[in-house]
Design a protein around this ligand. Structure first.
Ligand code: SF4
Length: 305
């Protein structure tokens, strides 16, 4: 791996590249990232980098968001069409036609799209959100009726805090997070009674009910760092545990073995290296889509965490 790291470091300089990676990436990819974070931090970072080229290691909607927020930059996603495997399955659960139809049914509703959506869906939304700021974004809206797409579980979580609005939820979900069951968390709690339970809001409501803390991956990183606890049960994609262990070598982590997102893991040292060398495949979006999708993303970044 040292050779991989050396080559990536050299190519960053040579080709003026910044490497952004999501917290669910493979350990080898996390280790070479200039910046590692959750969707919110990555979106914000993408709009501020000085390098001309961004190699984005995550699923495709994240690379698209980077392109939308930095249209003047060359954004490269190591896996791009026609190889469609590094797509977020949840983002594929809502399409323009379906959302347009729901909007016609509820003309007085504002549309909040989770960033886990395609650029086309963002382009017909009013504002985006991530798991880090969904409650804050929905609360900040003056409208009483909100169409929330596509994650039902995140929408149900928002509903716990925002009780004065009607939320119309789309029936999407993250299969990786629904694989984490309440039964499994109960079992881990019984085995490690002193452990603090930290879960992601894409988990199902019965799992969220068992948590001490609920947050985005960056929120989880921050919570572990500030906590006096020594043991943690982590309810999110397994990749985050690598970062948590690396940054907190004196703490113990327990997690659901099955919680792996195969789409995130399609980014490998091999295809990262190829992207660093060739600066491809480039993320290409219609100018019109970039224009229309930028407003809801920028609104989200302006409202913040
Ligand atoms: S973990 Fe879930 S939401 Fe995240 S990319 Fe994978 S399928 Fe999509």
């Amino acid at each position: 791996m040292e050779d991989f790291e050396d080559r990536v470091t050299g190519l960053k300089e040579q080709n003026d590249v910044v490497l952004l990676a999501h917290n669910y990436q493979r350990p080898e990819v996390q280790d070479v990232a200039d910046f590692l974070g959750d969707s919110f931090d990555l979106a914000k970072r993408a709009s501020k980098v000085s390098q001309q080229n961004i190699v984005f290691c995550g699923v495709d909607f994240m690379a698209e968001s980077a392109k939308i927020l930095s249209p003047g930059k060359r954004v490269v996603h190591p896996i791009s069409p026609p190889n469609l495997v590094a797509k977020c399955p949840m983002a594929g659960m809502v399409d323009v036609e379906g959302l347009e139809s729901l909007k016609r049914e509820h003309p007085d509703a504002v549309v909040v799209s989770y960033v886990n959506t395609t650029a086309d869906v963002k382009a017909i939304s009013d504002v985006c959100c991530t798991s880090a700021n969904a409650v804050k974004i929905v609360s900040s809206l003056p409208e009483e009726k909100v169409i929330f797409v596509p994650d039902t579980n995140l929408g149900l979580y928002v509903k716990r805090f925002v009780t004065d609005k009607e939320l119309i939820l789309w029936p999407g979900y993250c299969r990786t997070h629904v694989w984490i069951t309440a039964e499994e968390i109960e079992k881990l709690k019984a085995q490690h009674p002193d452990a603090e339970v930290i879960v992601h809001p894409e988990c199902t409501p019965d799992v969220i009910d068992l948590a001490d803390t609920v947050g985005s991956t960056q929120g989880m990183v921050n919570r572990v760092k500030e906590s006096d606890g020594r043991e943690f049960i982590i309810g999110t994609e397994k990749g985050l545990v690598y970062r948590l262990k690396k940054e907190n070598p004196d703490k113990e982590f327990y997690y659901a073995e099955r919680a792996v997102c195969p789409n995130m893991k399609e980014i490998t040292p091999k295809n990262v290296l190829r992207s660093m060398e060739t600066l491809g495949p480039e993320v290409v979006l219609d100018e019109d889509i970039i224009e229309r999708a930028r407003m809801p993303l920028e609104k989200m970044v302006a409202i913040g965490r």
